[in-house]
Design a protein around this ligand. Structure first.
Ligand SMILES: [Zn+2]
Length: 459
């Protein structure tokens, strides 16, 4: 299958892509021409990936199928595709519906999958196998929780970085804080690559950190509208209650509420009626809240995808140069680095975790004990000027690296010294040479006789 068979560029193009989107689009076409059957496109949240998707729909010679796992996402794609007048050549379906209705529709030429880091699930595989067509997946975080490869794809195409989008104004800039809040996760089991959700919900529900969380919000969040990401519904309700008790307007939302109820809450939040929106990951991709500018991370997670999705949600620009604040109360930055860290994605999956130490053993990012800001290794906090005294685990790491380096240097020096000595003996031609060497090196006189015999020097 080549580009010319499935893509049609002969008609007048409607969709004008931004430069980096066009590059990704063209690279995908090249990959298809080279025989690729599954292309994974990595683009950060808010990079306009739905336009890239629409471009494929526009230029496809036949029908496309857009798959997503959440209705909010599907509605968003539907709105764009309909607005562009492309609904006649594209079908949109939830993966759960599609897998139960295979064979009831015309076969698509291309399947476009949103949030395709989830496409290792059986339903996606079944759909892919049934249609056997070209698959183009999109994800901001093309990695599985267990680090294994995403098997539907043979080609990975990476778009722009989060930093680039911040510089372009497509994503709001942010300050990242990690208040010093004691939390012991050592008793929590792992389940499918992340912390056991129920145990986590219980632990966070019972933890004594509510006062600290509200204090941190008051000090760092500056009464601005916030989204609190909690460990579970029970935890989220409690967080909401604590905010209300502290005199801050808050509301809880979860998936068990009906559509009307959820819409009412969201509308009131958008209008500014509520200040803090508490949830357990229901406010995710597909929901745009430009007014929300404080992200409260209250759910520890091992999932890079979940972390990035939650941290990025408050980075929707408001058109007025908004600077967001992320308050990480659970140390997620220690597990994953900062949300705008440059990451190397591979189809093999990420086996290597976030790099915690620099070459010299110092931490890659430090947490200022004065202002709680997170910054790249420096001796002084770039925000408040606090002079950083290296101690504890970091100091130990740096010392270990220093000693290892000294050992390595000593080994090299020793090897060179020995080589020199061997060369000197090799160049010795007379009895006098050997005597001098033996004296200098404090050798046993027997060495002179043995060496002379070996080298054929007359004594
Ligand atoms: Zn500081």
């Amino acid at each position: 299958m080549t580009f010319s068979k499935i893509m049609d560029h002969s008609f007048k193009k409607m969709i004008q892509l931004r430069d980096y989107q066009e590059t990704v689009y063209q690279d995908t076409i090249k990959a298809i021409n080279n025989g690729s059957r599954g292309i994974l496109i990595q683009l950060p949240c808010r990079s306009g990936k739905s336009y890239v998707m629409a471009k494929f729909v526009e230029t496809c010679k036949g029908n496309s199928l857009i798959l997503a796992h959440r209705n909010e996402l599907l509605n968003q794609h539907n709105e764009l595709i309909e607005g562009l007048g492309l609904l006649n050549k594209c079908r949109l379906a939830s993966v759960f519906t599609e897998v139960n209705h295979l064979g009831e529709h015309k076969n698509p030429l291309v399947i476009l999958i949103d949030e395709c880091h989830l496409s290792e699930a059986n339903s996606y595989k079944k759909i892919a196998e049934y249609y056997g067509c070209i698959i183009i997946g999109f994800s901001a975080t093309p990695t599985r929780l267990n680090g294994d490869r995403l098997s539907l794809y043979d080609t990975l195409i990476c778009g722009v970085s989060v930093k680039y989008l911040i510089n372009q104004g497509a994503i709001a800039d942010f300050d990242y804080y990690a208040p010093d809040i004691a939390l012991d996760l050592s008793e929590i089991d792992m389940l499918g690559g992340d912390y056991n959700g129920k145990q986590l919900n219980d632990l966070m529900f019972n933890s004594a950190i509510y006062g600290d969380v509200i204090e941190s919000y008051k000090r760092l969040g500056d009464s601005r509208q916030a989204i609190a990401y909690c460990a579970g519904v029970k935890h989220s309700k409690k967080v909401c209650k604590e905010f209300i008790n502290a005199g801050i307007s808050a509301v809880h939302i979860d998936g068990s509420m009906n559509k009307t109820e959820r819409k009412k809450i969201m509308d009131l939040y958008r209008s500014g009626y509520y200040t803090v929106l508490c949830n357990a990951n229901i406010i995710s991709e597909g929901i745009t809240l430009p007014n929300a500018s404080v992200g409260l991370l209250l759910r520890p997670t091992q999932s890079l995808a979940l972390y990035i999705q939650q941290a990025m949600r408050v980075l929707t620009p408001d058109g007025n140069g908004k600077k967001a604040v992320i308050i990480d109360c659970v140390g997620n930055y220690q597990r994953h680095g900062l949300p705008d860290e440059d990451r190397e994605w591979t189809l093999e999956g990420i086996k290597r975790k976030h790099k915690t130490n620099n070459e010299d053993g110092s931490f890659t990012i430090r947490n200022c004990p004065e202002c709680f800001r997170i910054f790249k290794t420096a001796s002084k906090c770039p925000y408040c000027g606090h002079e950083f005294a290296v101690k504890g685990r970091e100091l130990q790491c740096m010392e270990e690296v220093r000693l290892r380096k000294i050992n390595e240097q000593e080994k090299i020096a020793m090897a060179e010294h020995k080589k020199k000595q061997r060369m000197e003996v090799g160049m010795a031609k007379t009895k006098e040479d050997l005597i001098r060497i033996a004296k200098e090196r404090n050798y046993n006189p027997k060495w002179i006789f043995v060496t002379a015999k070996r080298k054929g020097i007359k004594l």
